[in-house]
Each structure stands twice: as structure tokens, then as C-alpha cells.
Ligand binder design. Structure first.
Ligand code: MLC
Ligand code: AMP
Length: 504
């Protein structure tokens, strides 16, 4: 039976004994092992009652086994729902309540805490550890290594990825088989991925970048990857001589630049360094080129749209530019208020249409409608310019969003939490330049009259409610927030005022 995405993956297999993954501890996964283990997991899913269209929510550490679970979901026609390992139980409650999965898979040590959350929505609970342990592994051992892939059409859902919203409530972006496949096919060609490529994979696998861009491109190229459990500078330097490509967020590159080991010989074996998920400073691009001889290829994407633009493989990789619309993807820049097209070079809203664009937000038809133009273009919320030749640069954001180390953080969510604390009158959360994370989360807080609350109390109130990476790196207390004539907090003034906080 035809399974839109998995058929393409299967058809790209170079040979069953070709290596797909070298995991830590020198554990090798061949393409044959990928087929066998994704089949075993798919059989487990069926045994646990997961039917086509059911959601499988997964919060586990990065491992080759976790990637097999993703592929098993694709094969079984389930909808894969990966969750950041930093999310707290409180945050998880929302996602699980909203997505009502049939199965929740968590790390063995989290099982007890999350069992009631899964039970609340009638989901089964299974565990998967990062040492090939957990109940899912035990169940899989007993399964067959073959599985009849469930029929899935291009428009069927393959995954839901939650992305935070400007109102503070996360939205589940529904991604179809064709969204994922079309994008991976295009990227593979655009970046010239082939069977001899070995990708240094140090990204998390609960987001588009590490899960779809890195993994699907590798699979469709019949290539292999060196799978690191996380980004670690020493491990990266140890593996660079064996890798041909690396994908990273800008923080990866700034951290490598801070290390004396970064040099032309160290990067000699690499044919392509790719950056995305957050702006790569022109200065980082130039310094990296000076030190290694490599011009980092910057591309631009979004959970809802997969990858949208990319600098060219051949031709100029211009610092500060995200390149051209990918083949088959239409990009335009419009007046944010009216949606009217703007002249070349004028900054405006970046809008996108194509087979890469998602099918809408889970259970939020109204929200979905608001974010599309009548002709089907998705409104990204990013402000950019387009040159007459189609080259795009991102110059700002129309959405109140902080990107820290490649993670999106919506200020509203943090402001809601801070404002709910006793003794707080109001707060404004902003991102200011941060040498390591690009932007550092900063809370500007107004206390209630005579309240004694301090930074420590605020931080302890946020503990357990917000993932660590969302928590402010710095809190400042002020008497009042700057507002415009309409009463809206002027975050631009605050950003200017505190721009030097993390300069050193
Ligand atoms: C970790 N911490 C962060 C953070 N990551 N704080 C702010 N922003 C981040 N991104 C905090 C932890 O909470 C902890 O805090 C401390 O830093 C050390 O934790 P760690 O786990 O050791 O961090 P580290 O491994 O150094 O992680 C940094 C990182 C990681 C940059 C390597 O965040 C990362 O891999 N980012 C990639 C994100 C990504 O893949 N984005 C793609 C989204 S898809 P404390 O206080 O406890 O010490 C997308 C679409 C597209 O955007 O276009 O691709
Ligand atoms: P996410 O919602 O986590 O997928 O993040 C998507 C957002 O990341 C986009 O809307 C952009 O704001 C930002 N982004 C991704 N790639 C780039 C890039 N190369 N340069 C600047 N911003 C980027």
C-alpha cells in the first residue's frame, strides 16, 4: 500500500547494509536496521491501540531509537507529536490535553509523574530511555521486523509540532506527508546531498530543524549521520574530520568560533556548513569564513512552513541574507496591514505559499484563517525585503517573539506567569542581544505598591511552570513601563534601554 512519505524514504535506501546512523557509543544503525526497528515500533503502536490518525506524543531524550519511533509513526499512519525535553509537567499537561494522543511516550524516570496526565485523556503510557531502555523497547523486542505500511496520501497528517502563540497559548501546526516530503526533496537537491554525505547531527529532534530538515534530508539522500545526543563543542571537534556537512543554529557557530581549535584544517573534511532557525550575524558569517575558509549557507524556515528560502549552493552566500525562495515555494513581501504587494527593496511582511506550507493549527480553525490571506499565502510574521532578483533578507519581526539559541519564546507566555505572582503589578518581557544565545530573555517588572518581592521569589515561582530556557536570564525592576498614546507598552524603548545587559 502507498505511504506517501515512507515510500520515498524506502525508495532512497542505497543498500540494506549501508550505514544510516552512527550513534554515540559507536552504535551503528544500517538502513536495514532502520527498516527492522521502525517496523518493530510500528507493530508496538498497533498493539497499543494506535490507529491511523491517532496522535503519539513523545518527550524523550535524543537517540537513534527516538528517530525510529518517528519513522514508526509515519509507517503506522499515526501523527507524531514531539515535545521539547525541557518542558515541565505543567506545560506538558496543556499539550497532551489539547492533542488528546492515544499514546504518550516519555523517559522512564518521568513515567510516574506523567501517568496521571496521560490517563486524563485516556492515553496509554510507554517509556523510552536514552540507553535503549524502557517499556517500548521491551515490547519491540518481541515484535516482527516487518510491517505492512499503512496507506497514507499526500494530504494526510504526519506530525503536529507545537509552536507558541502571541496570545501565550501554543498552537499545534499540522504537517502533512507532502509538506515534509516536498521540502526534503527540494533541500536534498538544493544543498547537493548524496550517498557519500555524513551529516554531523547535533540538533535536538523535537523541532523542524533537527527532525525534518536534518533527518529527512539524510534519509532521502541515502546518506548517513553522526548522531550526537546534544551540541557539545568537544564532540563536534572530534567528529568534524569524519563529517561532510553540519547543520546548526547560529549559537553552534558562535561557540565554535570561541574555540581556538576552529581552523581551516579542522574544517577541511566538511563540504557544507548550514545555519538557520535564528538570524546569523553577518559578523559571525565573516569570522567563520576567515577562520575556516567556509561561507556558511544560511537558510530561513518556520515550523508552519518548513524551509522557505536558502542561499544558493553555487553562487554568493551573502551575510545577512537568507537567499532565494526554494524551488516550488512562492514568497512575496507585502504591506502588513493590507496584504498589498510592495516594491522590491521595501520592508514588509513575508508571505509564503507552496507544498511546504502546513495544513492549519490543530483544533483552531479561526486562528488558522487569520494567518492566511484569501489566496492561500501564509503570513509568517517576519518582516523582510526582497531584491529585484528575488533575494530575501529578514530585517525584523512583526510578531512579539524572542529567539534564544534557536528556541522560540513568546513573551506573552512569560508575562502571564509573572503577572500572576503575588506582589507583581505588571511586566514586559523582551529579548536583548546576548553573546551566546543571540537574544537573552529579560523581564522588566513593576511591583505592586509596597510589595517586597525580589528576583529570587519570581524565579522560584516560575520554576516547574516554565521550561528553563524560557525563564528570564535577567530581571529588572522599574516604577512603570513606557507606553504610547494608545496605552501599549513600548518594548522597542525597553530593548534599547537594556541592549547592553548581556554585552560582555
Ligand atoms: C539551553 N538553555 C538555554 C537554551 N538552551 N537558554 C536559553 N536559550 C536556549 N536555547 C539553558 C538551560 O536551560 C540551562 O540553564 C543552560 O542553558 C545550559 O543548558 P544546556 O542543556 O547545557 O544547554 P546547551 O546544551 O548549551 O544548549 C544550548 C543550545 C541548545 C544552543 C545548544 O539550546 C540547542 O541545541 N538549540 C537548538 C534549538 C533548535 O534546534 N531550534 C530549531 C527550531 S526549528 P540553567 O539556568 O539551568 O543553567 C525552527 C525552524 C527553522 O526554528 O527555521 O529551523
Ligand atoms: P519556529 O516557529 O520555531 O519554527 O521559528 C521560526 C522563526 O524563526 C521564523 O519565523 C523566523 O522568525 C526565525 N528564523 C528561522 N530561520 C531564520 C533565519 N535564517 N534568520 C532569521 N530568522 C530566522
Amino acid at each position: 500500500m502507498a505511504n506517501h512519505l515512507f515510500d520515498a524514504i524506502r525508495n532512497s535506501i542505497p543498500s540494506l547494509d549501508a550505514v544510516l546512523i552512527e550513534a554515540e557509543g559507536e552504535r551503528i544503525w544500517t538502513y536495514g536496521a532502520m527498516l527492522a526497528w521502525s517496523a518493530r515500533f510500528a507493530n508496538v503502536l498497533v498493539e497499543l491501540g494506535v490507529a491511523p490518525g491517532d496522535r503519539v506524543a513523545v518527550q524523550v531524550e535524543k537517540s537513534a531509537e527516538a528517530l525510529m519511533l518517528y519513522l514508526a509513526c509515519v509507517r503506522a499512519g499515526a501523527i507524531y507529536l514531539p515535545l521539547n525535553t525541557a518542558y515541565t509537567a505543567t506545560e506538558l499537561e496543556y499539550f497532551i490535553g489539547d492533542a488528546t494522543p492515544r499514546l504518550v511516550v516519555v523517559a522512564p524516570e518521568a513515567a510516574e509523574r506523567l501517568a496521571p496526565v496521560a490517563a486524563d485523556v485516556g492515553a496509554s503510557l510507554a517509556t523510552l530511555g536514552d540507553r535503549a531502555d524502557g517499556t517500548l523497547m521491551e515490547l519491540a523486542e518481541a515484535q516482527a521486523e516487518t510491517f505492512a505500511d499503512v496507506e497514507r496520501q499526500a494530504g494526510d497528517l504526519a506530525a503536529i509540532l507545537y509552536t507558541s502563540g502571541t496570545t501565550g497559548r501554543s498552537k499545534g501546526a499540522m504537517l502533512t506527508h507532502e509538506n515534509l516530503l516536498s521540502n526534503a526533496v527540494v533541500l536534498k537537491e538544493y544543498w547537493r546531498f548524496g550517498r557519500t554525505d555524513r551529516l554531523l547531527h547535533a540538533l535536538p529532534i523535537f523541532h523542524t530543524h533537527g527532525l525534518f530538515v536534518a533527518t529527512n534530508v539524510t534519509l532521502l539522500a541515502g546518506a548517513s549521520m553522526l548522531l550526537l545526543s546534544k551540541f557539545d563543542v568537544d564532540r563536534v571537534f572530534a567528529l568534524l574530520p569524519r563529517a561532510t556537512t553540519m547543520m546548526g543554529v547560529p549559537t553552534f557557530y558562535t561557540r565554535l568560533l570561541q574555540d581556538v581549535r576552529l581552523s581551516e584544517p579542522a574544517a577541511k573534511h566538511i563540504r557544507l556548513f548550514i545555519s538557520g532557525s535564528a538570524p546569523l550575524l553577518a559578523e559571525t558569517h565573516r569570522s567563520f569564513q576567515e577562520r575556516t575558509g567556509h561561507a556558511i549557507l544560511e537558510r530561513y524556515g518556520m515550523t508552519e512552513t518548513n524551509m522557505i528560502t536558502s542561499n544558493p549552493f553555487d553562487g554568493a552566500r551573502v551575510p545577512g541574507s537568507v537567499g532565494y525562495a526554494l524551488p516550488g515555494v512562492s514568497v512575496r513581501v507585502t504591506d502588513p496591514a493590507t496584504g498589498a504587494a510592495l516594491a522590491a527593496g521595501e520592508p514588509g511582511m513575508i508571505e509564503v505559499k507552496g507544498p511546504n506550507v502546513f495544513a492549519g493549527y490543530w483544533n483552531m480553525p479561526e486562528k488558522t484563517k487569520e494567518e492566511f490571506r484569501a489566496d492561500g499565502h501564509f503570513i509568517t510574521g517576519d518582516i523582510g525585503t526582497m531584491e529585484p532578483d528575488g533575494r530575501v533578507a529578514i530585517v525584523g519581526r512583526g510578531k512579539d517573539l524572542i529567539i534564544s539559541g534557536g528556541y522560540n519564546i513568546y513573551p506573552k507566555e512569560i508575562e502571564n506567569e509573572i503577572d500572576a505572582i503575588d506582589g507583581i503589578l505588571e511586566s514586559a518581557v523582551i529579548g536583548v542581544p546576548h553573546r551566546d544565545f543571540g537574544e537573552g530573555v529579560t523581564a522588566v517588572v513593576v511591583r505592586q505598591p509596597n510589595a517586597q518581592i525580589d528576583e529570587k521569589r519570581i524565579m522560584s515561582s516560575l520554576e516547574g511552570r516554565l521550561a528553563r530556557f524560557k525563564q528570564p536570564k535577567h530581571i529588572v525592576f522599574v516604577d512603570d513601563l513606557p507606553r504610547n498614546a494608545m496605552g501599549k507598552v513600548q518594548k522597542n524603548i525597553l530593548r534599547d534601554q537594556y541592549s547592553g545587559l548581556f554585552a560582555k
